[in-house]
Ligand binder design. Structure first.
Ligand code: AMP
Length: 124
């Protein structure tokens, strides 16, 4: 199942990426434009465009992405110090590649909230 995004091309090995982990369900590679000393993207091999497209049958797959994140945190040695795992959704969430991915960010103490300087809009 392919969605034709740049990440689908990375999965198909049609374009290169700095891959740090791979199994039958997922792939993890370094972000090309890192926002932290460690910035790895963890993606499912199944094409799912956004969080809104996650189905009940994807439960295990989504959980697996977090298992991979935790394993990489152990492997890189920042599990105890801490890290951030983020998945953006659509325009307001800052999504630019429409194939879901976890951002695994580490190596710096991160502030919260990340949107402190932005004007809120009315929702809900
Ligand atoms: P998002 O904005 O949440 O959709 O995140 C997309 C991320 O993909 C950004 O952090 C980009 O820097 C990253 N990215 C885009 N193209 C590539 C690529 N070819 N290899 C690695 N990371 C990429």
């Amino acid at each position: 199942m392919s969605g034709g995004t740049i990440f689908d091309k990375i999965i198909a090995k049609e374009i290169p990426a700095d891959i740090v982990y791979e199994d039958e369900l997922s792939l993890a590679f370094k972000d090309i434009n890192p926002q932290a000393p460690v910035h790895v993207l963890i993606i499912p091999k199944k094409h799912i465009a956004t969080i809104n497209d996650i189905e009940e049958s994807d439960r295990e797959l989504i959980g697996h992405l977090y298992v991979v994140a935790a394993r990489l945190a152990q492997q890189y040695g920042f599990a105890k110090d801490g890290y951030r795992v983020v998945m953006n959704c659509n325009e307001d969430g800052g999504q630019s590649v429409y194939h879901i991915h976890l951002h695994l960010l580490a190596g710096v103490t991160m502030g919260w909230p990340p949107f402190a300087n932005n004007k809120p809009k009315q929702v809900g």
